[in-house]
Design a protein around this ligand. Structure first.
Ligand code: ADP
Length: 498
């Protein structure tokens, strides 16, 4: 039986329950971003034709999977939960080698995936509709939830385990079949996910994975008429085009995209707590999270004190190979991302006052990887580029404001609206902030990052379009509601319904 990779580590596609080698001659290498001497994987950029085959397989598998009673589907997901739990440490290490994040962050991500799998598995026994009374005698109505059909999932590299799982698990439990197109940079995590579902007993064709370029195999998922649902996480540029193209084909679509998330610190806040949170949110996972805290918006009266604490902590933030004990932050994911961050560091030096970091890290520990030191810019204007554009690196911009009203205005003055947080103990300001902040998620006295398995996830403005993900929101996205009217007399000819 073919396995997920060949002996020289060329990753295979998973189509109709088989591990098949792509016929494409376009091969790319994935190297460990902490040590570019190490080739982690080689992938073929699959052809459009191969993606079509995966979609055909998913379509063929759909009728039987849809007929499988939901609790039986749930049992397979519970099995997958147990397998992932047993492999947690190994999977987290793989994630760190492939994506670069510190092992503690990778372990956190895998645990989040396990929690989501478990939640989705439990939902198998709760795929309920509702019964409704009728205006007519001896009549009632009810609703049932039905799967969409074939779902295409296009995922990014920054959460290569959690994001595919939070799309695949609810889609499957609802009775859909899935074709996953993971990011080119993180093929091994996607393969491991498929292996886990295979071991859990998922029938052939119910989940398929095709590795390759977004413009080719990703685009086929958008264009193909047999794909009914499309779930995307990635950049706002790609997401907006994909949404338009998919909408034209009347697909059900959700897109999770960029963020420029503010941490608002008011003068009465616990400054130590706020500082720790801002640092975790800005530098954790190397700032490569759509919920990263990239802006601190702080009242002028406490700004000097706060910034001094922030810089002291940022300088001590331990950067290195994510697999080394004690590492708090790994490298940028690859050379492109690294160069993007360096470009913004130069822009930042023109726009703000550099307090720490601002450069590539040098030395034997760093020279083989894409390491950038945690960077803080102070006195940044709210409308400067580093305060407006998503950098996806360990870069924090401090924006000083006169008072709460200005803080709120600045926090909202970006195109994005994913996450935010406020640090204060003043209930009236906290509640006003919660009411008026233009983000899909907000946190009070806790970081902008993170989320729970049963709680919806999603943003507003240019960060998200379509229904939210995760929790019960995902069940709603991956199903359609059918409305049924029953007249159990079988005789009432004149209906009063209009
Ligand atoms: P990131 O900056 O996080 O890499 P992208 O939006 O470029 O974000 O990529 C996110 C996912 O979207 C990846 O799996 C990528 O291959 C895919 N993708 C990129 N371009 C397209 C496209 N034109 N159509 C479909 N998918 C795409």
């Amino acid at each position: 039986m073919a396995t997920a990779t060949t002996t020289d580590q060329l990753c295979r596609n998973y189509i109709n329950g088989e591990w098949v080698e792509s016929k494409s001659a376009k091969i790319v290498e994935r190297r460990n971003p902490a040590n570019t001497d190490e080739v982690v994987a080689r992938i073929a950029l699959s052809t459009r034709e191969e993606m079509k085959q995966a979609i055909v397989a998913a379509k063929a598998a759909f009728p039987a999977w849809r007929e499988t009673p939901p609790p039986n589907r749930g049992k397979i997901l519970f099995k997958a939960t147990q397998i992932m739990q047993a492999q947690k440490e190994e999977l987290a290490r793989l994630l760190t080698r492939e994506e670069g994040k510190a092992l503690k962050d990778a372990l956190g991500e895998v645990q989040r995936a396990i929690n989501i799998l478990e939640f989705a598995a439990g939902e198998a026994r709760r795929l309920n509709g509702e019964t409704l009374t009728s205006e007519l005698p001896k009549n009632f109505a009810y609703t049932i939830r039905q799967p969409l059909g074939v779902v295409g999932a296009i995922t990014p590299w920054n959460f290569p385990v959690a994001i595919p799982i939070w799309k695949i698990a609810p889609a499957l439990v609802c009775g859909n079949t899935v074709v996953l197109k993971p990011a080119e940079l993180t093929p091994l995590c996607a393969i491991r996910i498929a292996e886990i579902f295979e071991q859990a007993g998922l029938p052939p064709g119910v989940l398929n994975v095709v590795l390759g370029a977004g413009e080719e195999v990703g685009d086929e998922l958008v264009q193909n008429p047999h794909v009914q649902g499309l779930t995307f996480t990635g950049s706002t540029g790609v997401g907006s085009k994909l949404y338009a193209a998919g909408a034209e084909r009347l697909k059900k679509i959700q897109c999770e995209m960029g963020g420029k998330n503010p941490v608002v610190v008011l003068a009465d806040a616990d400054l130590q707590l706020a500082m720790e949170s801002a640092v975790t949110g800005a530098f954790g996972s190397t700032g490569q999270r759509c919920t990263a805290s990239s802006r601190v918006v702080i009242e002028e009266s406490v700004a000097d004190k706060f910034v001094a604490m922030l810089v002291e902590r940022a300088k001590k933030f331990v950067v290195g190979d994510g697999l080394e004990a004690g590492t708090e932050m790994g490298p940028s994911v690859d050379e492109d991302q690294f160069n993007t961050v360096l470009k913004y560091l130069e822009i930042g030096k023109q726009e703000g006052r550099l307090l720490c970091g601002g450069a590539r890290l040098a030395g034997p520990k760093y020279d083989q990887g894409w390491f950038i030191s945690p960077t803080v810019f102070d006195h940044v204007a709210w409308d400067s580029r580093i305060a407006q554009e998503e950098i996806f690196g360990p870069v924090m911009s401090v924006i000083r404001v006169k008072n709460f009203d200005e803080a709120l205005q600045v926090a909202n003055s970006v195109r994005y609206g994913l996450s935010s947080s406020i640090y204060s103990n003043d209930p009236s300001k906290i509640f006003e902030f919660v009411e008026k902040i233009e983000t899909g998620m907000t946190h009070v006295n806790s970081p902008t990052v993170g989320g729970e398995a049963h709680v919806p996830f999603g943003g507003t403005k240019d960060s998200s379009i379509g229904p939210h993900e995760v929790g019960h929101a995902a069940i709603e996205f991956y199903t359609e509601t059918k409305i049924v009217y029953i007249d159990y007399t079988g005789r009432q000819r004149e209906s009063s319904l209009y």
